[in-house]
Design a protein around this ligand. Structure first.
Ligand code: CDT
Length: 311
């Protein structure tokens, strides 16, 4: 048995004017709870140091830059790393990354128990749009503020397990899980900021949004025989509601822990990485059962091409 006690640290809303220092204090409070409950690793949401700023249309570069981190850890996040190191808890969290070359990514990192960054992931599937869209009931400007990630979907050996990450919208794409599954991933950690309503279809309410989120993550877990930890930033941010629904899902696709609130809330579950072995060696033994000769379109095309299109 290779048990990792996982803390899924859902976070409540972060308002536009909430300083990073206050957010980091909340993260440290969750970390202290996690340490007291025996967690080996704590997983925080996507872009968890600030409000979900892509809902705001901005043109001024300086205004945009204030949401980004130029270094990690930086002066405001260093206390979090110190707290994690002191308590021997590994962590994963998301933030907006501004590189020395001026590139912007929606990024997540994972550390070891000594607070060293052992893995970095940059979000590949950026939802939304790049220009102001008056047709939407609210904006979702990730395509404006970020480039698609350039690191693929790496998997790292950490805490005696194979770990990977993805971010929010990535969780809806089966390719994401499979690319990590092909590297033997045992634990996939992801954070999200998901609006409770669809800005292009007001009829799609919270219940269906929660269902789609859980459906996607459970399928990814089951079909790749891996643990999946999905962690929300939730609640009312600047008058915009984000859904909660944080979960820990086992390699059978079963939800073993689910958030009950829309606030800062820690889910804890002891996750046996060896529980992945059965699925990986039977129904999802990729080496025996995959038929790659039929999967060409998955990497050769993006959009739909109907068989009668002549293309
Ligand atoms: N943050 C993020 O990726 N949110 C998306 C919302 C998509 S609606 C434009 C999500 O998939 O949850």
């Amino acid at each position: 048995m290779r048990q990792i006690v996982i803390g899924a640290a859902q976070m409540g809303p972060i308002q536009k004017d909430e300083p990073r220092k206050a957010v980091v204090a909340r993260m440290i409070a969750l970390l202290e709870q996690a340490a007291a409950r025996g967690c080996d690793v704590i997983v925080y949401p996507e872009l968890c140091l600030t409000t979900f700023f892509p809902r705001h249309f901005m043109e001024d570069a300086a205004e945009i830059d204030r949401w980004f981190e130029r270094e990690m850890p930086g002066p405001e996040t260093a206390p979090l790393f110190e707290a994690a190191r002191a308590r021997g808890v590994a962590m994963s969290f998301g933030y907006a990354e501004l590189t020395p070359e001026g590139r912007r990514f929606n990024t997540a990192i994972v550390t070891d128990k000594a607070g060293r960054i052992v893995g970095k992931y940059r979000k590949v599937h950026l939802p939304g749009h790049a220009e102001y869209d008056p047709e939407r009931s609210f904006q979702h400007l990730e395509k404006r503020y970020f480039e698609p990630g350039d690191l693929g979907f790496p998997v790292w050996r950490n805490l005696d397990a194979w770990m990977g990450m993805c971010i929010c919208n990535d969780r809806r794409w089966p390719e994401v899980y499979r690319v990590m599954g092909l590297q033997g991933v045992e634990l996939i950690m992801l954070g999200y900021n998901t609006p409770s309503v669809n800005s292009q279809d007001g009829r799609e309410g919270l219940e269906r949004r929660l269902y789609h989120s859980e459906l996607s993550m459970a399928a990814g877990a089951y079909q790749n025989a891996a643990w999946v930890v999905g962690v929300a930033k939730a609640g009312d941010e600047d008058g915009h509601h984000l859904m909660a629904g944080s979960v820990i899902i086992d390699p059978d696709g079963i939800v073993v822990a689910r958030a009950e609130t829309e606030g800062d809330e820690l889910l804890v579950h002891g996750c046996d990485m060896d529980a992945c072995n059965f699925g990986k060696s039977t129904i999802f033994d990729f080496a025996r059962h995959r038929r790659v000769e039929h999967y060409g379109p998955i990497t050769a095309q993006t959009g739909v091409i109907h068989p009668d299109s002549g293309a």
